[in-house]
Design a binder for this molecule. Structure first.
Ligand SMILES: CC(C)(COP(=O)(O)OP(=O)(O)OC[C@H]1O[C@@H](n2cnc3c(N)ncnc32)[C@H](O)[C@@H]1OP(=O)(O)O)[C@@H](O)C(=O)NCCC(=O)NCCS
Length: 190
């Protein structure tokens, strides 16, 4: 899974576990990209966009992390700028599975950062946490995110009808087991 084929190879992207000391930089990142995330259907409640909102958000994720439910990562560029976030969550209905999510600053897109973040989440899930499979849910019109998943071998398994409140989405899966992976690829799991 070496990221050797990136169109614009990037070196030195660094991952850091989210902590309380990141509150200020995280608020700045979310504020700067608020409109971008809103346009891509990844917006948040208005209460989130304040020092208190972000501190509460970090505290909630910290609590979930302590219980082994989530691994929230921040992605920093070479020069120390926060350029993205990536989360691995444990699926409550099956403790052997997890779900992945990520968001990248608008100005840092199309440089392979989400792909690198997904690679990091896959390493964490399979090598460190011993998960057997991963899922992701992506809006049908989010072609960039679909491409990121497909570059890392995720396959579409299910169309999720979520109208009228949410945009319809694709559910993607990736498996550590080659046999199960090909089963999903051939027939999905419907
Ligand atoms: C989706 C997102 C994470 C992609 O991040 P990124 O760092 O730009 O992703 P990468 O550079 O690793 O890869 C993007 C790929 O999508 C492709 N792409 C970009 N826009 C595209 C589009 N409109 N249609 C098809 N492919 C597209 C790029 O060319 C690239 O593929 P390539 O390497 O084959 O050229 C980023 O746009 C984002 O954070 N969006 C807002 C939040 C979001 O949607 N999160 C995901 C929720 S599931």
């Amino acid at each position: 899974m070496a990221p050797h084929h990136f169109p614009h190879p990037i070196d030195g992207v660094r991952f850091s576990a989210l902590g309380t000391h990141h509150a200020k930089v995280l608020l700045a990142f979310e504020n700067a990209n608020r409109e971008w995330f809103r346009r891509t259907g990844e917006d948040r409640e208005p209460d989130f966009y304040s020092h208190k909102g972000v501190r509460n958000h970090i505290a909630e994720l910290g609590e979930d992390h302590r219980h082994g439910r989530i691994w929230p990562l921040l992605v920093f560029s070479d020069d120390g700028e926060l350029v993205g976030r990536a989360n691995l969550r444990r699926l409550s209905r099956d403790r052997r599975g997890g779900s992945v999510g990520y968001r990248i600053a608008e100005h840092a897109c199309n440089q392979g950062i989400a792909t690198q973040a997904l690679t990091e989440l896959m390493e964490l899930a399979y090598r460190t946490q011993g998960f057997r499979y991963l899922t992701a849910t992506v809006n049908v019109d989010n072609h960039a995110s679909q491409r990121v998943l497909e570059k890392r071998g995720f396959v579409r398994v299910r169309y999720l009808y979520r109208q009228p409140t949410l945009t319809d989405a694709w559910e993607y899966r990736h498996s550590r087991s080659v046999l199960r992976h090909w089963w999903w690829k051939l027939v999905g799991d419907n």
